[in-house]
Design a protein around this ligand. Structure first.
Ligand code: AMP
Ligand code: MG
Length: 326
């Protein structure tokens, strides 16, 4: 069971930051809801977040930073981002921007997308923790998939207590609903998710936001086109690789004869496999092979999310429903 410490306990924030830096999971309060935090630059720690939430798919996580200056090395900053962050951060507003080429955030944290959602949250405990951690922190709401978002530490302990290392308790969240998510990567800023900051307040600075469902609303997060899919054809198969195919393998017993092989987890650990998935796909895509054959991963725990992603990558591209949300 996770340890629980009051945010005001001496040393609690320092301990939480140390756990994050070592790859552990810390639930912490923001002004919106309690977040399930992990070092966003650590693939393995991010994989543990998905495992703890028990989602059948990977969905992109919001990356939390203490302030605007800490967001700039991660994403392509724009005038609109500058104006919105200066006005509303710290606060319940997440900005989606293209990630920088040398952005240190785990590809898994953004579910393979080329964009990243960044936010500087309010709440003294969150801000102190982010300062002290000294690195971006990926944090979805600290609830199991499909359950309501937690607004008190007790909610987190009840539902995720066994999966995480520490819960920082700072009482009830003041806003209590998730952050508003705005995509600034397209021509028109778009509202991807209504939330704690009213859209009207944002529009006072940006002009009208495209809304979900508008024909010109850019890519919603689950659209396959905006997800990373390898350029090479990918098939799922257990047998020997065909001539020229690269092998995406899993576990100790792998077929021989592949031109190039990347093993997601030689020991057969799905958390390790999830942590390596996107980097391995990128590497095989650049291997000069004719295609990729992926060994199936057992569909338990994170194995389900891995197989979901591999099936999407294997589906005939034109036949995939572009509105299929992830
Ligand atoms: P949660 O962290 O549970 O509050 O949910 C995160 C929200 O942010 C979801 O609605 C995601 O779809 C959205 N999100 C995170 N990253 C991105 C991204 N790169 N592009 C679009 N939406 C994102
Ligand atoms: Mg959530």
């Amino acid at each position: 069971m996770a340890a629980v410490r009051r945010a005001s306990d001496p040393g609690a924030i320092a301990e939480a930051a140390e756990i994050l830096r070592r790859g552990g999971l810390v639930a912490f309060p923001t002004e919106t809801v309690y977040g399930l935090g992990a070092d966003a630059t650590d693939d393995r720690a991010v994989a543990r977040v998905f495992e703890a939430k028990n989602r059948p798919e990977f969905n992109p996580l919001i990356v939390h930073v203490p302030d605007l200056a800490a967001a700039r090395p991660l994403v392509e900053w724009t005038d609109a981002a500058q104006a919105l962050a200066a006005r509303f951060w710290p606060g319940p507003l997440s900005l989606v921007l293209p990630r920088l080429r040398d952005c240190p955030v785990s590809k898994l944290a953004a579910a393979g997308l080329s964009t990243l959602a960044v936010r500087a949250p309010g709440g003294a405990a969150a801000r102190a923790l982010l300062e002290e951690a000294g690195r971006p922190v990926a944090a979805p709401s600290a609830n199991p998939a499909g359950a309501v978002s937690p607004t008190r530490a007790e909610h987190v302990v009840e539902t995720l207590g066994d999966a995480i290392d520490l819960v920082i308790d700072d009482g009830p969240c003041t806003v209590g609903i998730e952050s508003t998510v705005v995509d600034l990567g397209g021509e028109t800023p778009a509202l991807l998710r209504p939330g704690g900051l009213p859209a009207e307040e944002i529009e006072a600075l940006t002009g009208p936001l495209a809304r979900p469902g508008d024909p010109d609303t850019p890519r919603s997060p689950g659209q396959l086109a905006s997800h990373y899919a390898p350029a090479l054809p990918l098939r799922i198969g257990g047998g020997d690789p065909e001539h020229g195919e690269a092998l995406l393998s899993f576990g100790p017993d792998t077929p021989s004869g592949a031109a190039v092989e990347r093993n997601l987890s030689p020991s057969g650990n799905p958390v390790e496999a999830a942590a390596n998935l996107f980097a391995a796909l990128h590497a095989l895509d650049r291997s000069g092979c004719t295609g990729i054959v992926a060994m199936p991963v057992p569909e338990t725990g994170l194995g389900r999310a891995i197989m979901d992603r591999l099936r999407r990558a294997a589906a005939p591209r034109a036949l995939v429903d572009p509105t299929d949300r992830n």
